[in-house]
Every structure is written in C-alpha cells, then in structure tokens.
Design a protein around this ligand. Structure first.
Ligand code: FUB
Length: 369
C-alpha cells in the first residue's frame, strides 16, 4: 500500500473515532496533513486523539466558564520559513477558540478571534495565548513579535469567550518574552506567569530591555542557576502589570535553584499555574528534553519545589499544556504532531490527570505501550 493511500485511510478511520470531525470528512488543511503523515507515526498508539482536525492547533490553555470548556490554542499554519532553534517556523497569524460541553463531546471551532493585522504594535508570530475572565469581560493574552523583532505580550477584550477580541493599542507595559498564563486565585487576584528561553527570548531580556544581539539559547552557564520564568500581579482592570515582574524560583528538594545544565528539570517555556487542595502547582515545559514538569509551593509567587514529570515526550518537538478541573475531574490539555508528523503543525488533545495521595501528580505516558 502506498504511503499516500495508507495515510488517507488512516485519516478516514481516525475521523470516525473523533467527535470533532463534524461530518465534513475533514477540511483541506487536515487532508493535507494526513498525506504528509509518516508511516512510523501512524503505527504508534496514542493515548488520546486530536480534539479537532479541521485546523492545526497547539499550546492549549483551557478554562471552564459557564459550565463549558473554552480552549485558547495557538493556530498553527504551514508557513514558508525553515525550522530552526528559534522557532521561526511558528508563523501563526491569528487565534481561533475551541469550546466543548464535556470531554468526548462535540468540539466547536470559533471564527477568527483575533488577527495579527488588528494589533497595531504586532508584526508576526502569534504564539501561545491564554485567557481570563473578570466582571463580565473575557481577556485574551497573547505574545507576538513587535516591529523590532522583540516578543511582547498583548491583551484583547471581549464580552464573549469565543471572541472576537478587541486588542489594546500597545503591549502590556514591562512585558517581554512569551507564553502568558493568567491564574486567578481564590481571593480574586490574578497573576500572569510568562517567559521562554531560546526563541522565547527570555535570555535577551535580562538587562531590563531587549537585546537583539543576546544569546540565542540561554545564559550559557550550565553550572549557574537556570533562567527563571516570571510572574506579575495583574492590575484591577486586568490590562496591565500591577508590579514589576519577579522571578519564579524553581528549586530542588534541598531548596537549591535548578541549574542551567539541568535540561531534564529546568524551565524552558509554557508556564501554567493551578491550585489543588490549597497548594500552588507551577508546571512548565523543559523544551529540548520535551517533558512537562512541575513544582509545588505555598504562594502564587513560589518558590516551587520540583516534584517530577506530568507528561513524557510527545510526538513532535514542543510540548505545552494546561491543567483544569471540571465536575471533580482534572484534565491535562496538551498537543502533539499526530495529524501532520510535523512539529510546526500540531493538534491539541486532552487526557485525564490523577493525583497521588500525597498530592503529587501521576506521570502520563502519551502513548499506550
Ligand atoms: O507555539 C509556539 C511556541 O512553541 C509556544 O509559544 C511555545 O510554548 C511552544 O509550544
């Protein structure tokens, strides 16, 4: 059987399994992805299936509002730029919001919620977003490169969780780097976690302003503490930082900061915060070692003591997630490259997450062995 026919059959069978194909048989984007899929990838047994196949999606930030899941992903596109270590191939231009009543139910793909053309300060690369809700307004937080090539973080508002969102004219003052994740504590105070090394430019922002000639990767000091993600308390109107961003400390069981050379555990990108039984769980991607890792702390500011892995490596280079509770069950939203076999064209997934008695998280294998 030729690779093309095999891929087409696999896509048809796969569509039958998915709640999200909406009876269309797959839109052109998805058909193209099936053609490109490698046979090796088809042979793997995935723990879960893509939530949607009509568009490519990644970096899912999930929230439960009005009794439904709303998922704010990146919208991957097949751009012309070759892959590199700076992620130049992630050329996303807009956002689409997904919603579903329950895991396994029909997934609705919203219309364009925000396009880069609408954002006066942004030039390109609409990377991993997140959203928040306060006083009847939904806030979409998104990183994008400005005209100087520096990542900044913007905010846009809407009365509808699906959008469309109206952007602020300027990025959030004092913001830099990528991957905003906004957590609202039980007292109503919200915090933004953000940052990413390598293409995420955290290492180019250590001097208080963006250095275009800074390192392409990290601090290049393996025996020194690793670069740390950032956190800032949000202003009451959710449009600005209420304080200068602080470092989020991730420490080992002896209280020592993780080192730059500790690629299996140090922070790379994809910050997320959730609270379970009164403790704060800071989770993130280790990037080049492809794990989702986490630490636990007693304050939204940390420090967070490293506890282990949430997810083993998926198919594709990146891994980026969110963790959310609905009706007493906890869910891990993540992404892989199952549909396309290409890192630049990803698809979001969800699987249940379980805690051990001591509050640690059971590590998930994205493949059924
Ligand atoms: O999707 C573009 C970038 O890749 C995200 O911002 C990172 O977290 C990684 O998933």
């Amino acid at each position: 059987m030729s690779r093309r026919i095999y891929a087409a059959l696999a896509a048809t069978a796969f569509c039958g399994l998915m709640a999200a194909c909406n009876g269309t048989g797959g839109a052109p984007e998805a058909t193209a992805s099936a053609d490109a899929k490698s046979e090796a990838a088809s042979d793997k047994k995935y723990l879960s299936q893509p939530l949607v196949s009509e568009i490519y999606t990644a970096d899912p930030s999930a929230h439960v509002w009005n009794g439904k899941f709303y998922i704010y992903p990146s919208h991957d596109i097949d751009g012309p730029t070759p892959e590199d270590d700076l992620g130049s191939h992630f050329e996303m231009r807009d956002y689409r919001v997904l919603s579903m009543d329950k895991v396994g139910g029909k997934v609705t793909i919203g219309p364009v919620a925000l396009d880069v053309k609408q954002v006066p300060w942004a030039d390109k690369q609409m990377w991993a977003p997140d959203a928040a809700f306060k006083n009847g307004t939904y806030y979409l937080y998104f990183p994008a490169k400005d005209k100087q090539g520096a990542f900044r973080i913007g905010v846009a508002t809407s009365k509808d969780p699906m959008g469309p969102f109206k952007p602020q004219a300027e990025p959030i003052k004092g913001s830099y780097s990528i991957d905003p994740a906004v957590f609202t504590d039980d007292d109503g105070q919200s915090y933004m976690y953000f940052g990413g090394i390598w293409g995420g430019q955290l290492q180019r922002n250590t001097g208080g302003k963006y250095d275009p000639n800074g390192s392409k990767t990290d601090l290049q000091a393996d025996d020194k503490p690793a670069l740390l993600p950032r956190v800032a308390r949000m202003s009451g109107d959710m449009l600005e930082f209420a304080e200068a961003p602080r470092e989020v400390k991730i420490v080992d069981e002896k209280g020592k900061l993780l080192l730059g050379g500790d690629h299996d555990r140090r922070f790379f990108e994809a910050a997320w915060m959730h609270k379970y039984k009164g403790k704060y769980y800071f989770s993130y991607s280790t990037g080049d070692t492809h794990y989702l890792a986490y630490g636990i702390g007693d304050s939204p500011y940390g420090p967070f003591t490293y506890k282990g892995r949430i997810l083993e490596p998926v198919e594709g280079w990146t891994t980026h997630h969110s963790i959310v509770e609905k009706d007493g069950k906890w869910w891990l939203f993540y992404a892989d490259s199952q549909l396309s076999g290409q890192t630049r064209l990803r698809n979001v997934k969800v699987t249940e997450l379980h805690y051990n008695e001591d509050g640690t998280i059971r590590t998930i294998d994205p493949f059924v062995r």
